[in-house]
Design a protein around this ligand. Structure first.
Ligand code: PHB
Length: 573
């Protein structure tokens, strides 16, 4: 079957978008942007199942798109940094988090409610989560976790079936007949919850019992104003949830306190958690009602997907896909609804182009139009956010280390500061034989390593001084800096020039060069280095060839950390 080209932009999904009051942007089905629809279909397919790696042929099968279309779409998404390749495999890239970030910034909930959730978790010493309704499901937005006796932990962006968690009963208390019918249809189509990859499989049971039991809990939630999950997801897991209302009285989200049967019964959790939960919700509702800023939390600087790429890549690059994604990302720079003209201005796109992207995004359920403009919806989180938000520093760094090692043919690593040591969290060895045998988890004294000097140099002044005062350098080789003055100076030099250099101080014959890795707020969270045999080149030659490559690698890792860590904590290992 011939596939539509970008120029034709033929829609693959028929049917008029839902009417929503008097829309600023009416839009007919023939105005849908085909490449944007297909690009989002590929991202969805890559995020949906348990597989992390995808072959183009498999994507063609799961999306129903032609192989040539898959190639064009994935080439474009790779070029935009949303996908990456490993051999013939395609993987979601950390930068794909920017799509979910647009929703999380625009709705403002993680920023406004997150601190209250953390305070409640601290006060109760139990996990606390914030979730929003998404169709007939429940989407997790923020979590303050206590990892104790809990087999399951949801990630930001995970979707749960309403009937299997406490927030679901609260949201369903407001459903109309059509919502209930959609829920029933989903249950009939997928009785084992296979469409919810983060859920343990549902124990088989008669469907009408599930429904009767859910309707009971929905009624109780409506009457009591709170909902309880007594091991609906898995044995042992308990939760109690309250709704949080916006200034207009509408339920915006639910906050859950999550515990375990080893610490509580459902009744004792309710008794103990409900009063502080109520106080937290009052504080959250106050935060939502407070006049906020128009601007959302600043995003990581994004590469513009402008016409340069089109010229560079020619017909292989789907510019209308790139532009549609720009429109989606632009929601992340403003809190609340945005008008078409504002989105056009923020993306630098012609109004007509932004409008067609919006028609497409609305058709797919990613945005909604209301009185004040367009709102991005939590469904955007299905485009890979949950998988990406779970990535650790080593998982984010390793592909970049692989690229660096291929480029410079020397071993490269990432380490974090751990007390007075550095601890390796990621490493890619070159094929050359190294003298030093380092694996992930190896600890080395910070003072004698290039990464350690970078990490010490990044400490706040007082802490740096205290730390350096405490360290007693040992002569590991005849060249090791072994006085406090020498070490102070070495760290100060590292700070001033922006890279760490250690020449045969840790081990004879070993040279190492390191630069800092930062998170989205500019904090140094790690260091990346290249280590090599000192006999391979003069110090000047090593610096000239390695430093630019190392800096580029650090910038790429830092940009990924900024995207992934904007609303979730990236674990260091
Ligand atoms: C969770 O945050 O992990 C959670 C919340 C509500 C539930 C179950 C789990 O009902």
């Amino acid at each position: 079957m011939p596939q539509p080209t970008e120029a034709q932009d033929a829609p693959e999904v028929q049917g008029a978008p839902e009417a929503q009051g008097a829309p600023e942007v009416a839009g007919a089905p023939d105005e849908l942007v085909g490449p944007l629809e297909r690009g989002l279909a590929v991202l969805r397919a890559m995020a949906a199942g348990p597989e992390v790696r995808h072959r183009p042929g498999d994507l063609a099968r799961t999306t129903g798109l032609a192989r040539s279309t898959i190639d064009r779409v994935t080439t474009t998404l790779v070029r935009l940094g949303l996908l990456r390749t490993e051999g013939r495999d395609l993987l979601l890239a950390p930068r794909a988090a920017e799509l979910g970030n647009a929703y999380l910034a625009s709705c403002g909930l993680p920023e406004l409610l997150g601190p209250h959730a953390v305070a409640l978790a601290d006060a109760l010493d139990e996990s606390v989560s914030v979730a929003v309704p998404d169709g007939d499901g429940v989407r997790f937005l923020a979590q303050a976790t206590r990892r104790r006796a809990m087999a399951i932990s949801f990630r930001t962006g995970d979707l749960l079936p309403a009937e299997r968690c406490a927030p679901g009963a609260l949201f369903a208390a407001r459903w109309d007949a059509a919502d209930h019918e959609r829920w029933r249809e989903r249950r009939t189509k997928d009785p084992l919850d296979t469409g919810f990859p983060s859920m343990p499989p549902r124990p088989a049971g008669p469907s009408d019992e599930v429904e009767a039991e859910f309707l009971d809990r929905v009624r109780e939630a409506r009457e009591a104003g709170f909902a309880v999950d007594d091991q609906l997801i898995e044995p042992g897991l308990l939760a109690v949830a309250l709704p949080v209302r916006g200034p207009d009285g509408a339920v915006v989200c639910a906050v859950s306190v999550v515990s375990h049967t080893s610490r509580h019964s459902a009744a004792s959790l309710t008794e103990q958690a409900l009063p502080p939960l109520r106080r937290a919700v009052t504080a959250m509702e106050r935060a939502l009602a407070a006049p906020g800023t128009e601007e959302a939390a600043p995003a990581a600087p994004a590469d513009p997907s402008g016409s340069g790429l089109k010229e560079e890549l020619g017909s292989g690059f789907l510019q209308s896909l790139a532009r549609g994604l720009d429109v989606l990302r632009a929601f992340g720079s403003v809190r609340g609804p945005v008008r078409l003209s504002e989105l056009a201005r923020r993306t630098g796109l012609p109004r007509a182009t932004a409008r067609r992207s919006l028609i497409t995004l609305r058709h797919l359920g990613y945005v909604r139009e209301e009185a004040g403009g367009f709102l991005v919806l939590p469904r955007v989180l299905e485009l890979g956010y949950a998988r990406i938000s779970g990535l650790s520093l080593p998982e984010i760094a390793t592909p970049h280390l692989v690229a660096l090692v291929l480029r410079v043919h020397e071993s490269a690593s990432v380490a974090v500061l751990d007390g007075d040591d550095i601890r390796y969290v990621a490493r890619v060895a070159s094929t050359r034989i190294m003298h030093i045998d380092i694996t992930v988890g190896t600890r080395l004294p910070a003072y004698a390593t290039s990464m350690g000097r970078v990490l010490l140099a990044a400490l706040p002044e007082a802490e740096r001084a205290a730390r350096l005062g405490r360290i007693t350098p040992e002569a590991l080789t005849p060249r090791t800096v072994r006085t406090h003055e020498g070490l102070d100076e070495a760290v100060a030099t590292t700070a001033a020039r922006g890279y760490g250099w250690v020449e045969q101080e840790l081990e004879e014959g070993l040279r190492s060069l390191a630069v800092p890795v930062t998170d989205g707020t500019g904090h140094v969270v790690g260091a990346v280095n290249v280590a090599l045999h000192a006999g391979r080149a003069t110090p000047e030659e090593s610096l000239a060839t390695l430093l630019p490559a190392l800096r580029e690698t650090a910038a790429l890792i830092s940009a990924d950390l900024a995207a992934v860590g904007r609303f979730t904590r990236v674990t260091p290992a």
